[in-house]
Design a protein around this ligand. Structure first.
Ligand code: NAG
Ligand code: NAG
Ligand code: NAG
Ligand code: NAG
Ligand code: NAG
Ligand code: NAG
Length: 596
C-alpha cells in the first residue's frame, strides 16, 4: 500500500517539471496535479438553483423564480434558500419579490446585492426593479431585505448583468423591460445604472439610468451581457457577436473590439460561458478573456423555426486586452463538444473547468406563444453536455483541452443550471429547470426541475493539502501581512491566489476573478509574507477567498474582505432624485400573463 503511494508520488514529481516546462503562456507558476477526479451526488437545493453564489466559508445562497417548489416559507412557496456546503442541507430564505432572472454582485462592505427580476407573481411582489440586500451571517438568522420605497432600480430589468466596481459600488447593465424569449427593440432596456445611485455623468442622469449605445447595437441577443472589470478600471462588455471596452467613469465607449469570429453569438438565448484568465504579477496583470460556446443561429429568426436539435458552437475565442492583443484579434480553438449554457469556472491552480450545458438548441422553455422545433417537453435544448472539460490556458495551443480522468455526470444541467467553486476547492454543480413551473422528477418528463447537488473534486482534493492561519479580516491595497503555513513536504512552488467565485446565473459569472498576490516564503517555509492587491481596479473592494497554492495543490480558501470593508459611497442627492423620478412598481398589480 505504502509502496503504491510512493510510486504515485514519484510519478507526480516526474510530471511536475514537464508541466512547468510548458509554462510559456505567462500566466504564472504552474504545476498541476494529475490523476483522477471524483464526482459525488449529495444533498438537494430545496429551490431550483437558477442563481448560485457562495456567501461564506460554509454557505451559498440559491435563488430561483417564483414557482411551485414544495419548500414553503412563511405560509407560501419558497424561491430562496441558503445551502450549508458542509452538511449539504438548506434553510429557507424569504425574499419579497420575484428573483426570476435577476443578477447579483457583492458591494465593498460584503453585502450581496441582487437586482432585477420578473413581474409575474404567484405570490410575492413584482421584482423587475427590485434591489435585494443579503448580508452573510454565521448564525443562520440573516435573510434577504427589500424596501422598494427607498431602495429600487430606476427601470425594469429582467436578464441584466452586474459588476462590482473599483469604488465598491456596482453597475447594473441592460436587460429587458419584461420577460420573453429574446430581447427586441420594444422591450429593450439599453441603459445602465449604479447601486448605490451616483451622479457622475451629467445632471440629467443624477441617480438615474444612463443610455448605452452598445445595447442598441447588439439587439436582439444581448440579455445577460458578459462584463469583466479590467485592471485599468474600464469594463470589457460582450453581447451577441460584439464586444467593447467601456469607461463607466466618463460614460464613454473607449473602443469597439473585433466581433466574435465565425458569426458566433454569445449571449442569451445563445448563452456562452466566459472567463477572465488569472491576473498575475508574472503576466503584469494583463487581462485576457475567453468566451466558449454559444450558437450561430440567427437572432432574427422566428422561434418556431429554431430547432432544439441544432448543434451549438464548439468555439472558444480568447483575446488579450492590450493594444497589441486587440490588434492580433481573437484566437479561436475548438472544444471537444459543442456547448450552449455552459459554465466556465476558474480553479485555484489557474486552470478553467468547462462544465454543464447542452450540445444542441438554445436557452429557454415553452411559454405561451413561444415554441421551437423538436422541443423536449418544455426544453429548447437537448443532448446534455455531460462530460466536463479542463482547459489549461498556459499549455501550448492544441493541447489545452482535456477530459482525461474526469467522470461524466448523468444529470442534465441545461437551462437554469449553475456551477461554482467552493472554498475547499470542489466544484458544486446545481440546478437545471427548463420548465415554466416546478416539474416533478418522473418518467414522463425528460428534463424535470433538478434539485440534486453534485460535487466534483479535482485530483488536488485527494493530496496532502497546504494549510494556513492568520488571514486578516480585511486586507487593504498594498498592505503587508504574514500567514503561518503548513506545507506538504516537497512543496516548492508556493503562491497566494485571491479569488472571487462570482455570482452564477445563465452561464454568466458576475465578478468571477483570480488575482495572484506578491508573496515571499520564509526560509523555514513556516510563514509567508503577502502583499495585498496593488489597486482597487485589479480587485474591487469586497469579499475574496484566499488560497495558498503549493505545487498546484490549494489550501482551503479562507474568506476576507479586500479594502477596508467600508460601505460604498452614498450620494443622498442622487438617491433623492432617483426616488423623485421613479415609482415603485412592486406595489402595483402585476401582469400575471402566464398561467402558472
Ligand atoms: C516554480 O515555478 C517557476 C515559474 O513560475 C519555475 O521557474 C520554477 O522552476 C518552479 N520551481 C519548482 C521548484 O518547481
Ligand atoms: C418583443 O418582446 C416581447 C416580449 O418577449 C414580445 O411580447 C413582443 O411580441 C416582441 N416584439 C416583437 C416586435 O417581436
Ligand atoms: C409527472 O409529472 C407531471 C408534472 O409534474 C405530472 O403532471 C404527472 O402527473 C407526473 N406523472 C407521474 C406518473 O407521476
Ligand atoms: C476539505 O477537503 C479535504 C480533502 O482534501 C477534507 O479532508 C476536508 O474535510 C474538507 N474540509 C471541509 C471544511 O470541507
Ligand atoms: C453595505 O452598504 C449598503 C448600502 O449602503 C447598506 O445597505 C448595507 O447595510 C451595508 N452592509 C453592511 C454590512 O454594512
Ligand atoms: C419631485 O420633485 C418635485 C419638484 O421638487 C416635486 O414637486 C414633486 O412633488 C416630487 N415628486 C415626488 C414623487 O417626490
Amino acid at each position: 500500500m505504502y509502496q503504491i503511494r510512493l510510486r504515485a508520488l514519484s510519478t507526480f514529481l516526474l510530471l511536475v517539471p514537464l508541466a512547468l516546462a510548458s509554462d510559456h503562456g505567462g500566466v504564472g507558476s504552474r504545476a498541476f496535479v494529475t490523476g483522477s477526479w471524483s464526482l459525488v451526488q449529495q444533498g438537494t437545493t430545496g429551490v431550483s438553483a437558477m442563481q448560485l453564489v457562495v456567501v461564506s466559508e460554509t454557505s451559498a445562497v440559491i435563488l430561483d423564480k417564483v414557482e411551485h417548489n414544495p419548500l414553503m416559507v412563511d405560509g407560501h412557496i419558497a424561491w430562496g434558500a441558503e445551502l450549508n456546503i458542509n452538511t449539504r442541507t438548506v434553510r429557507v430564505l424569504n425574499p419579497t419579490s420575484n428573483t426570476w432572472c435577476a443578477t447579483g454582485s457583492f458591494i465593498g462592505n460584503g453585502t450581496l446585492v441582487s437586482t432585477g427580476g420578473n413581474p409575474i407573481v404567484i405570490t410575492g411582489a413584482n421584482g423587475l426593479q427590485a434591489v435585494r440586500l443579503f448580508t452573510p451571517c454565521s448564525d443562520e438568522t440573516c435573510d434577504i431585505l427589500e424596501d422598494p420605497t427607498r431602495i429600487r432600480l430606476t427601470s425594469p430589468r429582467w436578464y441584466p448583468s452586474s459588476a462590482r466596481l473599483s469604488d465598491g459600488s456596482i453597475i447594473i447593465i441592460g436587460g429587458s423591460m419584461i420577460g420573453g424569449f429574446i430581447n427586441n427593440a420594444s422591450v429593450n432596456n439599453p441603459t445602465y445604472e449604479f447601486f448605490p445611485p451616483k451622479n457622475i455623468n451629467g445632471r440629467c442622469f443624477n441617480g438615474l439610468q444612463i443610455p448605452m449605445q452598445f445595447l442598441q447595437d447588439t439587439l436582439n441577443a444581448n440579455q445577460f451581457p458578459i462584463v469583466e472589470q479590467l485592471p485599468d478600471d474600464t469594463l470589457f462588455i460582450a453581447a451577441n457577436q460584439q464586444a467593447m471596452i467601456f469607461d463607466w467613469k466618463t460614460n464613454t465607449e473607449v473602443l469597439r473590439l473585433p466581433n466574435i469570429p465565425n458569426g458566433v453569438r454569445v449571449t442569451s438565448p445563445f448563452s456562452a460561458g466566459s472567463v477572465l484568465f488569472p491576473l498575475t504579477p508574472e503576466n503584469n496583470y494583463t487581462p485576457e478573456v475567453m468566451i466558449c460556446g454559444g450558437s450561430t443561429i440567427s437572432d432574427t429568426q422566428a422561434s418556431n423555426t429554431i430547432s432544439a436539435e441544432t448543434p451549438a458552437s464548439a468555439q472558444c475565442s480568447r483575446m488579450v486586452l492590450t493594444a497589441k492583443g486587440i490588434a492580433a484579434g481573437w484566437s479561436v480553438e475548438t472544444m471537444p463538444v459543442p456547448r450552449i449554457m455552459t459554465d466556465l469556472i476558474l480553479l485555484p491552480d489557474g486552470r478553467v473547468l468547462i462544465v454543464n450545458g447542452a450540445q444542441t438548441g438554445v436557452a429557454g422553455f415553452v411559454i405561451p406563444g413561444v415554441e421551437v422545433l423538436h422541443e423536449v417537453g418544455n426544453s429548447f435544448a437537448d443532448n446534455p453536455a455531460f462530460t466536463p472539460v479542463i482547459y489549461d490556458p498556459s499549455a501550448a495551443a492544441g493541447s489545452r483541452f482535456s477530459s482525461g480522468g474526469i467522470p461524466a455526470s448523468t444529470i442534465a444541467r441545461m437551462y437554469h443550471s449553475t456551477a461554482t467553486l467552493t472554498p475547499n476547492g470542489t466544484i458544486m454543480l446545481a440546478g437545471s429547470n427548463p420548465n415554466t413551473d416546478f416539474t416533478e422528477m418522473n418518467s414522463t418528463i425528460k428534463y424535470p426541475t433538478e434539485y440534486r447537488l453534485e460535487f466534483l473534486s479535482p485530483p488536488y482534493m485527494s493530496q496532502a493539502r497546504p494549510a494556513y492561519t492568520g488571514l486578516p479580516v480585511t486586507v487593504d491595497y498594498g498592505s503587508v501581512f504574514r500567514l503561518s503555513i503548513t506545507l506538504p513536504s516537497e512543496a516548492k512552488n508556493v503562491s497566494v491566489v485571491l479569488m472571487d467565485f462570482g455570482f452564477a446565473t445563465h452561464g454568466v459569472h458576475m465578478d468571477q476573478r483570480s488575482v495572484k498576490l506578491v508573496s515571499e516564503l520564509s526560509p523555514s517555509k513556516e510563514t509567508i509574507t503577502v502583499t495585498g492587491p496593488p489597486t482597487p481596479a485589479l480587485y474591487s473592494p469586497g469579499p475574496a477567498f484566499l488560497f495558498v497554492v503549493a505545487n498546484g495543490i490549494p489550501s482551503f480558501g479562507h474568506r476576507t474582505i479586500i479594502g477596508t470593508g467600508a460601505s460604498p459611497p452614498v450620494d443622498e442627492g442622487a438617491i433623492a432624485n432617483m426616488l423623485n423620478k421613479t415609482s415603485d412598481p412592486s406595489a402595483e398589480a402585476s401582469p400575471s400573463t402566464w398561467s402558472t
